[in-house]
Structure formats: structure tokens, C-alpha cells
Design a protein around this ligand. Sequence first.
Ligand code: ADP
Length: 309
Amino acid sequence: MNEVKVFCPASVANVSCGFDILGFCLDEIGDEMIIRKTSKPGINIIKIKGENLPYESKKNVAGVAATSLLNEFSTDFGFEIEIYKNIKAGSGIGSSAASSAGAVFGINELLGRPFSRKELIKFAIKGEELASGSIHADNVAPVLLGGFTLVRDINSLDIVSLPFPKNLFVSIIHPEIELKTSDSRSVLKQKVTLEKAIQQSANIASLVSGLYSNDYNLISRSLIDVLVEPHRSDLIPAFNELKKTSIAYGALGSGISGSGPSVFALSKGKKKAKSVTIEMAKILIPLNLKFHTYTSQINSTGIKLIDFK
Ligand code: ADP
């Protein structure tokens, strides 16, 4: 193989009570990347469509993640990368993770898979570090492994894949406002009370239990974030109304996707998720804001090869 085309899915991180540790992978919504072997060593980004992003490999998350892989697996040839963005940068549905994971996944395929999908996470997080200034794997882990993932420890990259009910669907609404990850991180409190820490750990433990046992009711009761959402919700237009409406129309729960501004809602069944998406859209229409909506199944396989030569 000299060239691969990769589908790089979007993802939802945090999932209410799982700040920085929980995430899941989306289906159909995602970027595409073409990666090709070249005689010139190193990484060369030659085309970016759909977004205005840096071509310089040190400034693009794809270049940074790819370089980190090549630092560990050196080659006497190089790679050129084409990025076709469908996920808006800064949307909160893992735009940077899609490119970081796509670059390392594609190169790994062209090298004959020296690394497992799990091993690729340590290279992909270098791209995430460039995008947000901190190391986190709650988007790249579900993109590379598929489904729901839990980061038990970021330093040792102790990451667990979780099962989930097959009839779980997600609605996403992305209001097109600029919300920098650094701004949504700066509103967070560095200290939390013991009471809130107890509530949050009870919710994340129960959510994981609900995912294991296909208990939609328990999942619904657990989708509560007492640590982050109360501080971030003011940054998102009509957040409280979006959340209230999604639940009124049958969603199991709703919260901020990643660091926002996208909002997600989980529902049992595609039909319900579709109607929740429509009702959430109705909240944003009067605000004269550009927005995008998606309804998706949870993607159990994650990033994938769609073509090769
Ligand atoms: P998201 O949650 O949508 O991934 P982030 O804030 O984590 O948003 O990442 C977006 C930031 O990463 C933007 O500042 C963008 O310029 C930068 N960036 C660099 N390269 C890429 C890329 N290939 N794809 C997306 N964002 C990139």
C-alpha cells in the first residue's frame, strides 16, 4: 500500500459526569484524510479543505501526532497528508482528535501496523496537547478504539473500553459561536467540595454500571454533572432550554459535548433521538444563530480505512 483514505469520526467527550475521562465515538459524522508515502522524509501537509487550518506540520495536530509516531518508528521515507474537514474546529465534537487520530492511524496502516490501536493513543494525544494545551485522551481514545472509553489514568494511558446498549443514539446541536477550549477551561474551579466529589463519582460509577447492564433508566439518572456544567453552561446559547427540551421530548439526559459549544443528548432509539434533535433545533432558530444538527448511533468500530492503493 502506498496510499490510504481514512474516515476520521467525530466524538463526544466528558458525557456529563465523566469530565476528561469518558467519551464515545460518533458514526457517519467525520473528516476524511488521504495519507501517502513519499520519498521525501518527514510529514508534509499538502491539502486542507473545509477549514482554514495551518499547513505547517508543527502547528497542525495531524502533523504533530504523525511526527510523534515517526520519532518512535523512524523511516527513510516520508508521508504527505490531505485533510478534508467536515467537523468544524472548536466545535466540541472532537475536530482536533479526528485529525490527530487520522494521521497516526493512516501512517500505521502504511507501515504494516507496527502499533495496535491502543498504542496509537500515545501519539494522537500529542496532537490534542497542541490543540488545547493539555494532554487528554477522552476524544482520541473512542475515535481509535470505537464505542465508549474510560481513561482511568492519563499518565500510564490505562484506558478501558466499555460496552453500551446497542439502541443508544445521540443528538448533537452545534451553535456556530466561537468558544475557545482555553476559555471554557478557565471558568472551571480548581477546588471542589467533598460533597460534590461524592456526587460526581456516584454518577460516573452508576453510568458505567448502566452501560454494562443496558439499564437505560440508570443511565438517565446518572447523566448529571455537578462539577463542570454549572460553570460552563453560561457560555453556551440557550443551554438550559436545550437541555430541558431534550429531556421533555424523551432524551435520557443531555449535557455539553467536550468543552462546547456543541450540546449532546442521549436517547433510546433512533426515532426518539431524531425528534430530540428537531426539538433542540427549534430552540436555536429564533436566536438567529447559524447551527448544525446531527443524529447518530454510537460507532462501535471507530476510525476506519475506506480506501487504499
Ligand atoms: P474540538 O473540540 O472541536 O476538537 P479543539 O479546541 O480541541 O476543538 O481543537 C481545535 C483547535 O485545534 C483550533 O485552535 C484549531 O486551529 C487547532 N487545530 C490544529 N490542527 C487542526 C486540525 N487538523 N483539525 C482541527 N483543529 C486543528
